[in-house]
Design a protein around this ligand. Structure first.
Ligand code: NAP
Length: 515
């Protein structure tokens, strides 16, 4: 038997679901094509899971989780480490598939598989580090403690931009905590995800399942009476719909939505480094990063120099098929292309000036490619500053002080990440303290740490993934109190002592008092 290639794997996995440990052909009728964003070639097909298939997946998850929740932490850890090892072994194939299905450069796809493995290894260990705590009792001889319990069946709804590492940030924490997971990938990355989840094949059947399809499948999983939690990552409006549906059911949810991150540059920064960091922060993954740098507030003393250097680095970005020697691939779909070009058109209509880019690369005749773009002297009211662009554009604004930069950074309904370039310690601390965001990166844009919590504030989301916080996202905390001696608690039980009665009414208990 020959080893599968990326193209043969797409065909083999087309129209499939992973239910109860088996990759099965979907029974649904709603097929859609999967296209390579760099070539627009059809590389496979997917089919929406039927309501009956979704229901089968939920029932299988319930059965698997009942046993899994009783498994010891050492076993969970061993199996998750095995999965991480398998991710590393299959990294070249899965990375090639991710590039072909979603467009990101191969180097970024390889990185993503690596981060998926490190997050899985992290939770394989951290989950057994702490499973509750002992509290000082309020009664002599008692034992007071908390325990952690799994939630049950966790639904994981994923976006297209980081489909594998977000899957692991959530699934590894959930599984390590004793839950079963059902994954609903984006329609744009379903086939790669089907291949990737083979890494979990050593876990009991039903513990990790994948149902393909669009919003209707996601909705069914969210509202299903036998799912217990929803971890959603995606756009702000879809997130709102999912959060509302969960609230109506009192179902726990992790909501990770859109960002519109500020990037501040102060005169003390090494301006060339800041400009390189800016180009990376804005154009990584063709700008399709929730925590991409989307609004640049640059101190007026260094504005011109920063702009010049950012334009220089922007011109150096090589755009093309992610399997070639490039820095930036295409946008993930034709719909994303139209949406993003609409944002650039609106910016032009609103009088925003383009410093470089702004169109589509003339040399690339096929594929959903766009140029990395710098916009200059962007007015505060321009839509491009106030909404997520989710494309490779860097709108640059001039500010007079750090105070103004922070005020403008905070003037947003979004609050995911934020970056500041400065070598002034006081400025760095002020930014850490005053910027309203889930993450503040000082001279280190977009870096994550498996051990550090990731998530947003305001309408960028609710809850945290990664770190110890990301483990509790998938666990109940139960408070327990044990009195080993089973003694009466006279200090507060009936009958109350006369001596403890209201001192103004000095008579036998129950006696009537004449007025
Ligand atoms: P999206 O359109 O909101 O879709 C996200 C997921 O939700 C997809 O799997 C989608 O299915 C599914 N879905 C659609 N309607 C649904 C419904 N009514 N109920 C349940 N699920 C539903 O987002 P996207 O375009 O894939 O991803 C881009 C967005 O994700 C950006 O805004 C980005 O900022 C955000 N994001 C946030 C983070 C974070 O950590 N905060 C990380 C990465 C990305 P289909 O698309 O398959 O139809």
């Amino acid at each position: 038997m020959t080893a599968p290639t990326a193209l043969s794997a797409f065909l083999e996995l087309s129209d499939s679901q992973l239910i109860d440990g088996h990759v099965v052909r979907g029974e649904g009728a709603a097929h859609s094509d999967v296209r390579d964003p760099a070539t627009t070639d059809r590389i496979g097909t997917i089919v929406d899971a039927t309501p009956a298939e979704v229901d089968r997946a939920v029932q299988s998850a319930i059965a698997a989780q009942k046993l899994w929740r009783k498994s010891n932490y050492h076993r969970r850890s061993e199996l998750l480490h095995d999965a991480a090892r398998e991710m590393k072994r299959t990294r070249p194939l899965v990375a090639e598939m991710l590039t072909r299905e979603m467009g990101k450069p191969y180097k970024e796809a390889v990185d993503e598989v690596t981060w998926s493995a490190t997050a899985t290894d992290y939770y394989a260990e951290v989950s057994r580090h702490e499973a509750g705590r002992v509290l000082g009792p309020v009664v002599d001889g008692q034992f007071n403690f908390t325990t952690k319990e799994p939630l049950g069946v966790v639904v994981i709804i994923l976006p297209f931009n980081y489909p594998l590492c977000l899957l692991c940030w959530q699934a590894a924490a959930a599984i390590a905590s004793g839950n079963a997971v059902i994954i609903k990938p984006s329609e744009l990355t379903t086939l790669t995800t089907l291949k990737f989840v083979e890494a979990f094949a050593g876990l009991p059947p039903g513990l990790v399942q994948l149902v393909a399809g669009g919003g209707r499948v996601g909705q069914q999983l969210v509202s299903h009476r036998d799912t217990h939690m929803v971890a959603f990552t995606g756009g702000i409006e879809t997130g709102r719909a999912v959060a509302q549906a969960c609230a109506g059911l009192y179902k726990r949810s992790l909501i990770e939505t859109s960002g519109n991150d500020p990037f501040i540059v102060m005169p003390s920064a090494p301006i060339d480094v800041a400009a390189r960091g800016a180009a990376f922060g804005a154009y990584l993954n063709c700008g399709q990063v929730c925590a991409a740098a989307e609004r640049f507030y640059v101190h007026e003393r260094v504005y011109d120099e920063f702009l010049l250097r950012l334009v220089g680095y922007t011109k150096q970005v090589r755009v093309g098929n992610g399997l070639d020697r490039v820095d930036m691939g295409p946008l993930a779909s034709e719909r994303e292309l139209e949406r993003y070009l609409g944002k650039l058109r609106l910016a032009k209509e609103q009088g925003v000036r383009t410093a470089v880019g702004g169109g589509r690369p003339a040399a690339l005749k096929k594929g959903w490619f766009v140029e990395p773009t710098v916009l200059q002297d962007v007015p505060p009211e321009a839509d491009i500053l106030n909404d997520e662009s989710f494309g490779p554009v860097a709108p640059v604004c001039r500010v007079a002080s750090l105070g103004e930069a922070i005020e403008r950074a905070n003037h947003s309904r979004y609050a995911l990440g934020s970056t500041i370039y400065t070598t002034d310690l006081a400025e760095a601390f002020r930014a850490v303290e005053e910027i309203e965001a889930g993450m503040v990166w000082v001279n280190a844009p977009l870096l994550d740490n498996d051990a550090g919590p990731f998530g947003g504030r305001k309408q960028s989301g609710m809850g945290r993934q990664l770190g110890a916080e990301g483990l509790d996202t998938f666990r109940h905390t139960k408070f327990n109190m044990i009195d080993p001696a089973a003694r009466p608690h006279d200090f507060w039980w009936f009958p109350y002592q006369d001596a403890e009665s209201f001192p103004g009414r000095d008579q036998a208990p129950g006696a009537r008092r004449d007025v």
